[in-house]
Ligand binder design. Sequence first.
Ligand SMILES: [Zn+2]
Length: 238
Amino acid sequence: MTTHEQAVRGIAAILVSDLHLPVPEQVTVFVYDSRRVFERGLVNDANVSPARAAELSDFAIGIGKRRQLLLNDEGADRAGREWLRLIAHEMAHVCQIELAQGEGLAEQWLAEGMAEWVAFRVLERLGMDSMERRRTVSRSGIRNHAALVAARLDLETLGSPRGFTVRHRKEGSLPTYQLAFLMADYLIERDGFDRVVEYFRSFSRGQDRQGNFSRAFGQSIEQFEREVLAYLKSSVAP
Ligand SMILES: [Zn+2]
């Protein structure tokens, strides 16, 4: 049986060695065994507001906070791919917070997309999945996604933690995360993973969202939105 500690340590080692991410020296891992206890833990152990905790615990089974990982392992297969994906995804958030020296500062779609990208890379490294398969699955997953059909990604809304939550509750969690993954993957393929890391780090020096994005990627968020929409439309075309 894989213990939670083994899983977290193994994944942290891959994040450091393969992706050079700044995994904190110490990360406290909280594991809860039901949705109700998880919700209470978000409030008591991670200082999440009661209203946000109720909302988060409704759809999430893991959260990465500053040097903290909070997981709800009710019914989880501890050696399974989905559980390891979750830990890697939340550990990526822990690293983003370390880079930015704060939570929820960067564009939320990029924070979520990069966390998915990192998680898929970890699974690929563990021989449990492949990046190419995830791309294929995600492309077909977003083919009929509302944002793509309407040709309006609205990165402004997807850019805030609250807006991202509203969108994935309205348009479906899976396709919204698949969309975020494909957009992050596009940026990473175009400019390199290190540039995305540098983008998160830039928030430790100042919290100008538009400025940090354009300095890191050489274009405004609006320009990127047009470019990535065209790419997504052509990549999902039958
Ligand atoms: Zn996430």
